[in-house]
Design a protein. Structure first.
Lengths: 337, 322
């Protein structure tokens, strides 16, 4: 019997639906997450359900007391999500594009991330901030950012980046059940990607990497959409007689160093693929601690494949040049042999 | 407005507790016993106490960097607060927050806040929790005249209005945002006049008259509990000290401070109200003064005698899961 296939967006929708069925404390808020608030004829399937339709249908099942459309007041509603979490609800708040974090950063940086610590452990903030990230759809500089590195840097936050529909559902369920604030990154271009997704609820533990492709000659760590580029590069490398192991960290904070170290111990070579800019990114972070803890395993330098230190350009040939791709990964890998 | 004797006693004791606590913090800070910064509430007691006289432990509150008065009015234990200021392990937050981050979840005190305007969105959150859970808990959101110009406040007022959240927003207008006067930084004379822009009631009150504060808060909290939505109260008041302790206060007009302390001290105004009307006696007030003095002495001793936290505490309470 063929496994049931869902696309990325459907997998996320199912995760939220099942968690909201299970736990009445879970609520969802954000701009247009239901769509058409106060418009009487729009409570059914016609309502937007999020700018990409990921939350479509939820308002029909759970009503507008649990699915809340917000005004364009990110500081207001992201802060409200933090305040609701610290007083006992389990909110999911959607930050439409990660680039909008600029208008509400305090609510996560100084409030959500730090309340537990500053209050001596007497508070917890079980909030999930879901956000669209990444380039490749010609939305230009402000709407195509990655930024998970900024959030990973902040103690008190967790950051999660799924690469497949299966991981998306399992990781979102775990994030909702997690008692800490989780920033959950959803790649804009993966929405239509299909994959097998079990119907029953399942939780993939945070902080656990996944070996997407075992190999013996080199390790490629790739994040989010980059996983698929890395897998294509691995196919190309295989034709050239090099067996690449592709590791998907899935959670960036906390990071599963052990899985990467074990792999590098086996292969002796490491390429890190990260759609971030090169300065102070996940790529440099991973390279630094592997260079420290895995120094004896390495046969050569750690290579990183990232976007350049520029904003995301609009024009298609420029954006395509900007983004990491399988060819760049293959090139970087071959330079280690 | 009719008030029970118990309530009057409570009000005076809470105000005196705040005044004595803050004056003592000033002294201990001067001796170098309190690290970092403190922002003293002396002079503003009638606001916190007048508001909190309408609350229970179940109600929520968000606060500011000038939060000691809010904490005490809400029922946070002064002993633990003093220990927190001293950075000791017995502090309300185990010494990990300090003056600007004192919180007590059991009393619904969602924390003093070091970010101007950081509280209002959080208040929308606790208001939302009460609404979703269908309780009659109200949230008090304290903020200063400085925060009235912060974008977060305006977003929060609008959000609370459209969602009819059970919040009472309280602007404590003490005339200065750090060293910048309200008559410069604020585009309107009365912050409460902005309430109309958000379609909610707005009331400006003499914040040094605890009875006026109590009455306005009584109405606003009742409104919130009845599901009728938020109110914006503005309490005009004055801080006897600087923005932070160590502030030379050169921006204050020379005789201003003295005038307020002589003529507009909320404790004095309370006495001037209750004594002639024989609602309380000198002896009762003195008994409270003495009790409070002993309590604060005890709090300082407790703080001094307590240990600092173990350095391993640096690594705890970052996450729930590890």
């Amino acid at each position: 019997m063929a496994e049931r296939q869902l696309n990325f967006g459907q997998a996320l929708n199912e995760a939220m639906r099942q968690e909201m069925q299970r736990d009445p404390k879970v609520i969802l808020m954000g701009e247009d997450v239901a769509g058409g608030a106060n418009i009487e004829h729009l409570d059914g399937d016609e309502a937007w359900g999020g700018v990409l339709g990921v939350t479509k249908g939820l308002v029909k099942e759970f009503g507008r007391e649990r699915i809340l459309d917000t005004p364009i007041s990110e500081s207001g509603f992201i802060g409200a999500a933090v305040g609701a979490a610290v007083t006992g609800l389990r909110p999911i708040a959607e930050m439409m594009f990660v680039g909008f974090m600029g208008v509400c950063f305090d609510q996560l940086l100084n409030q959500g991330a730090k309340l537990r610590y500053m209050f001596g452990g007497k508070a917890k903030v079980p909030v999930v901030i879901r956000t669209i990230y990444g380039g490749g759809f010609r939305a230009a500089a402000q709407h195509s950012q990655v930024l998970y590195s900024l959030f990973t840097h902040i103690p008190g936050l967790k950051t999660v980046v799924p690469a497949t529909p299966y991981d998306a559902k399992g990781l979102l369920i775990s994030s909702i059940r997690d008692d800490d604030p989780v920033i959950f990154f959803e790649d804009i271009t993966l929405g239509a990607m299909k994959g097998p997704v079990p119907e029953e609820p399942y939780a993939i533990p945070l902080g656990k990497a996944d070996i997407k492709r075992p190999g013996t000659d080199l390790t490629i760590v790739a994040i989010g959409k980059m996983v698929h580029h890395a897998l294509k590069a691995a196919d190309e490398l295989q034709k050239q007689g090099k067996s690449a192991e592709v590791i998907d960290p899935r959670t960036l904070s906390p990071f599963d160093e052990e899985t990467v170290l074990q792999s590098v111990q086996k292969t002796g070579r490491l390429v890190v693929v990260d759609e971030s800019h090169p300065r102070c990114s996940m790529a440099t972070d991973i390279a630094a601690f592997i260079a420290d803890k895995g120094f004896d395993y390495l046969n050569g330098p750690i290579k990183t494949v990232t976007a350049p230190h520029t904003p995301v350009p609009f024009s298609p040939p420029l954006e395509d040049h900007y983004l990491p791709n399988p060819q760049k990964i293959t090139q970087a890998a071959l330079s280690l042999f | 407005m009719e008030m029970s004797k118990d309530k009057l006693l409570w009000m005076y004791e809470r105000m005196q507790l705040i005044r004595t606590f803050e004056n003592r913090v000033k002294v201990e800070f001067g001796k170098g016993k309190i690290p970092g910064f403190v922002h003293l509430y002396a002079g503003e007691e009638a606001v916190a106490v007048g508001i909190c006289a309408n609350l229970t432990d179940a109600d929520y509150m968000t606060s500011t960097h000038r939060g000691h008065g809010h904490c005490i009015a809400k029922g946070v234990e002064p002993r633990g607060m003093m220990a927190e200021l001293f950075g000791k392990a017995t502090g309300t937050c185990k010494g990990k927050g300090g003056s600007m981050h004192i919180a007590d979840m059991d009393k619904g005190m969602l924390g003093a806040n070091g970010i101007v305007g950081g509280g209002p969105p959080l208040a929308c959150g606790s208001g939302l929790t009460a609404k979703v859970n269908k309780t009659d808990q109200v949230t008090i959101c304290f903020f200063g005249d400085g925060a009235s110009e912060q974008g977060t406040l305006h977003e929060s007022l609008n959000l609370a209005a459209i969602w009819k959240l059970p919040i009472v927003f309280v602007a404590e207008n003490n005339g200065y945002a750090e060293s910048t006067p309200a008559h410069y930084h604020c585009s309107v004379e009365n912050i409460a006049d902005r309430a109309a822009a958000y379609n909610m009631p707005g009331v400006t009150i003499d914040g040094n008259d605890i009875f006026a504060v109590y009455e306005a808060a009584h109405e606003a909290t009742a409104r919130a509990r009845a599901g009728k939505g938020p109110t914006l109260l503005e309490c005009k008041t004055y801080r006897f000290n600087g923005h932070f302790e160590g502030d030379a206060q050169t921006y204050k007009i020379a005789t201003e401070n003295e005038k307020y302390q002589k003529e507009r001290d909320p404790l004095k105004l309370f006495r001037d109200n209750v004594l002639p009307r024989r609602l309380m006696s000198e002896a009762e007030l003195k008994a409270i003064d003495d009790r409070v003095a002993a309590q604060i002495d005890g709090a300082v001793k407790f703080a001094e005698d307590s240990e600092f936290p173990d350095v391993r505490e640096t690594y705890t309470d970052v996450y729930v899961s590890y």
